[in-house]
Design a protein around this ligand. Structure first.
Ligand code: ATP
Ligand code: MG
Length: 255
């Protein structure tokens, strides 16, 4: 049975897209069948994966203008449904009843073909993120160990609870993943305690793995390659592989 995982946090620049790509490419390296969905109108993930022109994207998928199979692009790292700037209009365009279920319904016919579907969401709590959470079994919250980054998690939790109540009772918060950590700064005990407290308040935990900051991430993204192909031996690659192992272990344990 396949799992659908959203990376979400309405705070911008916390590593959602970077983590979505690393999770997708890393799970593919391990032999899993993976699909990455970019529903962020910014299209960062679509760009980084190297997709330039497609006629059918997540926009056509959510507006029912294309069948899911016509939106999937095959790449050496796995399959992807690319984003499109037009997604920004969806808040206004999707007004019908059941608008929260568009992605979930669209994926139904392909869900069984994948072990993991990974969804990259925009830095907002609007209809796109709600569609992602409604379609997901699991949510991972990438965050930086900074006070401003952590403050927003409460608002995210309100959205998660609304989605659980009205759209998807099975949604599970898998954990908070600390990203972009500068290895020269030591995380203070106070900060660790605060992060632990926040995780407990939202009934989840913090992944043991912390993703360090590394310039190779930006280099890999600029050259449109995944981090493992670009620099397998880098610290960031090691961190993401260790996160993926932790993620898989927890997946086995919980379910
Ligand atoms: N571990 C890392 N080391 C160095 N740079 C990183 C790392 N992770 C992410 N970045 C950089 O930080 C920036 C933000 O990362 P990313 O795009 O993954 O965040 P995001 O949460 O998806 O942002 P947005 O909210 O805008 O979608 C990018 O320029 C990315 O290259
Ligand atoms: Mg992003």
């Amino acid at each position: 049975m396949g799992w659908t995982i959203s990376l979400a946090n309405q705070k911008g620049g916390v590593g959602k897209s970077t983590t979505a790509q690393a999770l997708w490419a890393g799970l593919h390296l391990k032999g899993y069948r993976v699909l990455l969905i970019d529903i962020d109108p910014q299209g960062n993930t679509t760009y980084t994966v190297g997709i330039t022109s497609t006629t059918s994207t997540a926009y056509e998928l959510l507006t029912r203008k294309a069948h899911v199979k016509d939106t999937i692009v095959n790449t050496p790292n796995g399959d992807i449904i690319p984003s499109n700037k037009q997604l920004i209009k969806l808040d206004l365009e999707l007004i019908s009843t059941g608008k929260e279920y568009k992605l979930k319904e669209a994926l139904e016919t392909v869900k069984e073909e994948y072990d993991f579907i990974v969804i990259d969401t925009p830095p907002a709590l609007g209809i796109l993120t709600v569609n992602a959470l409604t379609a997901s079994d699991n949510l991972i919250i990438p965050a930086q160990a900074e006070i401003y980054s952590l403050q927003g998690i409460g608002d995210l939790y309100d959205t998660i609870n609304a989605v659980k109540k009205y759209c998807n009772p099975n949604l599970k918060i898998k954990g908070i993943l600390l990203t972009r950590h500068n290895s020269r700064t030591i995380l203070s005990r106070d900060m660790f305690e605060l992060i632990g407290d926040i995780a407990r308040q939202i009934n989840t935990f913090v992944y043991k793995t912390i993703i360090r900051e590394g310039v190779v991430i930006k280099e890999a993204q600029a050259s449109q390659r995944d981090i493992f192909t670009y620099s397998f031996k880098s610290n960031v690659s090691k961190d993401y592989l260790s996160f993926i192992n932790e993620f898989l272990e927890r997946n086995d344990k919980d379910d």
